[in-house]
Design a binder for this molecule. Structure first.
Ligand SMILES: [Zn+2]
Length: 266
């Protein structure tokens, strides 16, 4: 087996492991953002009368209290996403450098790993997506959408004279219907952090000359087309380190890169 083949196999395995890490991170983000359900239950308990329902005349005041609920969703969401990106950058840099060391030896290893991780976190947090938003804006939009749906559920339930117990169940349904949005956010951001970290390490390594992009699990058009492109005459799907087109071919993308190594190290 050549060094190149050894490294390819290692980086494919790292990609599989990253998929498992990302799945755990999705569950974590859903749990963290779901903490707001407790805040809403407390709020409803404060507004409920002795009969367990909320008087209509208190409806507008209750709806104004949802400002705080929206702020909390943003707070939990921002904290969860920032933790996930930091963890992913650190995890990826460590795994990739272990792989380089095993396949090639210490010559492949990157210096300044902490600096690389900081750069990855900054990149992911500050980049503008195709929707013209940065990450914190997308968390805000998610929080706003959810607040609107919660407001609508509570308004209807209060006008109908439903009990707080029913309202809590209906709010829970809003969350459950929205978990796919959180999953998509974590898949997109986590995988962007993963591919960006792979590239930043490639740039810093003396032995890496190219990044080979492999399409994601769903083989979407965005990443399949990119993986079929021979942009630099180096072969299909081979990009130069620093080419940010491979960071996020499309939302929800699980594509990954392997490294092309310099002929001296083959
Ligand atoms: Zn893809």
């Amino acid at each position: 087996m050549t060094n190149q083949e050894r490294l390819d196999a290692i980086l494919r395995r790292v990609s599989d492991q990253h998929g498992k890490l990302n799945a755990k991170q999705q569950a974590y983000a859903i749990r963290e953002i779901g903490r707001v359900r407790g805040d809403i239950a407390d709020l409803l308990a404060d507004f409920a009368g002795a009969d367990g329902s909320i008087e209509r005349r208190r409806l507008n005041r209750l709806l104004r209290e949802l400002d705080e609920v929206e702020r909390n969703i943003r707070r939990y969401g921002d904290a969860a996403m920032s933790g996930i990106i930091t963890e992913t950058a650190d995890w990826t840099t460590t795994r990739i450098n272990n792989g380089l060391e095993r396949a090639i030896g210490s010559a492949g290893v990157t210096a300044n790993m902490e600096q690389i991780n900081r750069q990855v976190v900054n990149y992911v947090a500050r980049r503008f997506e195709s929707d013209g938003l940065v990450l914190s804006d997308r968390v805000w939009r998610l929080a706003g959408d959810e607040r609107d749906k919660i407001a609508s559920v509570l308004r209807t339930d209060i006008l109908r004279g439903e009990s707080v117990g029913t309202m809590i169940r209906n709010v829970r349904r809003v969350h459950d219907n929205d978990t796919w949005k959180i999953e998509r956010l974590v898949v997109t951001e986590g995988n962007t952090a993963y591919r960006a970290a792979a590239d930043f390490n490639a740039k810093a390594s003396e032995v890496v000359t190219g990044l080979r992009l492999h399409p994601g699990i769903k083989r979407s058009k965005g990443c399949v087309d990119l993986a079929n492109e021979d942009r630099y005459g180096l072969g299909k799907g081979v990009f130069l380190p620093g080419d940010s087109d491979v960071y996020n071919p499309h939302p929800n993308c699980t594509s990954y890169v392997t490294y092309e190594i310099d002929s001296r190290w083959l």
